[in-house]
Design a protein around this ligand. Structure first.
Ligand SMILES: [Zn+2]
Length: 89
C-alpha cells in the first residue's frame, strides 16, 4: 500500500466549517463556502502528514484538537469578510 502526503488542514477546516455554518447565519452556497475555506486556509499554516489511505481520519481527529481554536478564529474572520463581500449572484 502506498503512502500519501496530505495537507490535513484542508479537511480540518472543512469539517469545522460544516459544524459552525448553521450558527453563523451565513450563506451556505458553494461559492460562499469555498470563499470562506480559501480565506481561512490562506491564513492557517498547512499541516502535512504522511499517511496510509484509511489511516487519515484517525490522524485528523487527534491533530484537530491542537488546532481547533485557531481554525475557529480564522473561520469566524472569513465569514465576516464573505458576508460583507459575497461573490454569489
Ligand atoms: Zn452565497
Amino acid at each position: 500500500m502506498s503512502a500519501l502526503v496530505k495537507n490535513i488542514m484542508e479537511k480540518m477546516v472543512e469539517d469545522k466549517l460544516d459544524q459552525m455554518l448553521p450558527q453563523l447565519n451565513c450563506c451556505n452556497c458553494d461559492r460562499c463556502r469555498t470563499d470562506i475555506l480559501c480565506y481561512a486556509l490562506n491564513r492557517l499554516k498547512p499541516k502535512y502528514v504522511s499517511t496510509e489511505q484509511g489511516e487519515l481520519l484517525s490522524r485528523v481527529d487527534s491533530i484537530s484538537i491542537t488546532y481547533e481554536a485557531s481554525i475557529m478564529t480564522e473561520i469566524a474572520n472569513a465569514v465576516e469578510i464573505v458576508k460583507k463581500n459575497p461573490h454569489h449572484r
